[in-house]
Design a protein around this ligand. Sequence first.
Ligand SMILES: [Zn+2]
Ligand SMILES: [Zn+2]
Length: 210
Amino acid sequence: MGTPGPSIGQSFGDSWNERMRLIRLRRKKEAFRFSDEFRIIPKWLKVLCLVLYVIAIAIGASVMVYAPDARPADMQNEMGLSVLAISGIITLASIFFAGGILLLGYVNRDAKRRGMNSALWTWFVLLMLPTSVGIIGMIIYLLVREPLAYPCPRCSNPVGARFNFCPNCKCDLYPSCPNCKREIAETDKFCPYCATELRPASGESTTAQA
Ligand SMILES: [Zn+2]
Ligand SMILES: [Zn+2]
């Protein structure tokens, strides 16, 4: 009667496999370097964190200097020490505060460059931050984020992570074993699952077109 379509379990399995494939692809193609990741956080946000920190230190220190009553009971006559103490407390608080702000800035920019809903993900990570599980939102984000576009192995044209073929040179970006149909790497000589000999990629002659 009904059109024979994939069952719910089947299509869930398919999307799960697709997700796993994208995660493997990301691990393979994306080298994580902290300095590179840090660079995508908007500069104004970093400057803002620094300015807020300096202002907080200035306020804290001047209170300690000019309002001796505000010093802790056992440091009433210790101006230098109380300035040092308040600076330490403010620094510690700032590390957490700025860490959260920079994290959100990172998620926002990173989601955008991966073609994800950046506003949604920024809110998600933000709303999780104050909870007892705090960083879990960030962990979830890192696990499910889309892979970045990467250069085509044959023509270096940027290709999306979900592409099966390069739109520029038709290179097979998702090579599979002709025998067992499972995913293989571009460099495999034999299928790692069924040992079928794999032909060298048809486009081996990479005579660059200037
Ligand atoms: Zn290509
Ligand atoms: Zn095979």
